[in-house]
Design a protein around this ligand. Structure first.
Ligand code: SF4
Length: 360
């Protein structure tokens, strides 16, 4: 069944109790807002957002490290667009130091672009702040291995990749959250072992479904979870997601384990979570910018007026923040959830505040 109207009717029939689902991924959150899906869902089916926005969870201490390395002599920082304006302590960002002529910063779309830049600029060191979740890790690992294979030594990475399962596990330990299910994107079937999500579902008695981004995919995912909850069975349903072949997955996992290993890592607003981030193995330390420039991730000054921590942990929605749509807008963002193009506050503003609509 793919017809959204039929799927909505089916969902209405199945949901027979209050259900609270965490929408883990920011792309799913955006799609749900874009389809104005909340307004069509059964009244007792509540969707809250999760930590799956890599810019939103980046602590200021990490941004401070990006800025510090960017200001070293002969460095070109190559980063994704969303990272440019993300402020560290004192709201200093890569963009602000670039504007003051204190650093050379280029926007790229893939880590592989760094190698092209490194070949073009042999007298510079190309530094890539690697932000993202586990799905990003294979392409970063592949770029590092390619650089090592080609003997490119004027390229290195600031490892800031985060792993979602340990963090969801940490969030779910709060009994007051009362989450019944996790809607995951198909990114989890790339590098993240689906077993990790199965274990999460079992441990916290959660329904769990991986879904694509079409309206019908999301509705089918919600139906799957409502059925699981109704039957008291915690499952891991791959739903309509694109599933990568085991060969692709094992190749990706092999590259990732050759380059990275997991360590305790800080998340913005969520504290330090055990084994929730990747660092580069000692054998490849030439490609680790933190070692090359002797930079550590220190505790930065968090933006106190921002409630992103509440939003990325399912404890509230953007309208619960007093600054939302007032002091904080996409033109004047206070926190990363409004600054990031897929941040939950930015998506709420784009699809609910604009066009004169009321916020849910
Ligand atoms: S509206 Fe702005 S200040 Fe409030 S949580 Fe979102 S990003 Fe932070």
């Amino acid at each position: 069944m793919r017809d959204p109207e039929q799927l909505l009717r089916r969902l209405d029939e199945i949901v027979d109790r209050p259900i609270r689902i965490m929408v883990v991924c920011s792309s799913h959150n955006r799609a749900i807002l874009q389809y104005q899906l909340r307004e069509e869902l059964p009244k007792n089916l509540e969707l809250v957002s999760g930590p799956g926005c890599s810019i939103c969870v980046m602590p200021t201490g990490h941004v401070d490290a990006f800025v510090k390395v960017a200001m070293q002599p002969d460095v070109i920082t190559a980063c994704c667009h969303d990272l440019l304006k993300l402020g560290g302590s004192g709201d200093i960002s890569l963009d602000s130091i670039r504007a003051q002529g204190m650093a050379q910063v280029e926007v790229i779309t893939s880590p592989h672009d760094c190698l092209e830049l490194a070949r073009r600029e042999p007298d510079k060191i190309i530094v890539y702040p690697a932000v993202g979740f586990e799905a990003t890790a294979p392409s970063v690992a592949e770029t590092i291995l390619e650089a090592a294979c080609e003997g490119i030594d004027n390229f290195c990475v600031i490892p800031s990749i985060r792993l979602l399962p340990p963090t969801i596990d940490s969030i779910m330990r709060d009994p007051d959250l009362d989450i019944h299910g996790l809607l995951c994107s198909d990114h989890v079937t790339t590098i993240s072992d689906t077993e990790a999500y199965k274990a999460l579902a079992k441990k916290h008695n959660l329904a769990c479904c991986v879904a694509g981004f079409e309206k019908a995919d999301i509705l089918r995912g919600l139906i799957s979870m409502a059925m699981q909850i109704r039957h008291g069975a915690s499952l891991f349903d791959v739903g309509s997601a694109v599933i990568y072949s085991s060969v692709e997955n094992s190749y990706a996992r092999q590259m990732v384990s050759e380059v990275f290993f997991a360590v305790d890592t800080a998340w913005r607003g969520l504290g330090t979570i055990a084994e929730s981030g990747f660092v580069i193995r000692d054998e490849l330390s030439l490609y680790d910018a933190t070692k090359r420039f002797n930079v550590r991730f220190l505790e930065g000054e968090e933006q106190c007026a921002c409630h992103c921590d509440m939003i990325i942990s399912g404890r509230g929605l953007p309208p619960d923040c007093p600054s939302f749509g007032m002091a904080c807008t996409p033109q004047n963002p206070i926190g990363p959830c409004m600054l990031a193009s897929e941040g939950i506050c930015a998506s709420y503003f784009r699809y609910n505040m604009q066009n004169g609509r009321h916020v849910l």
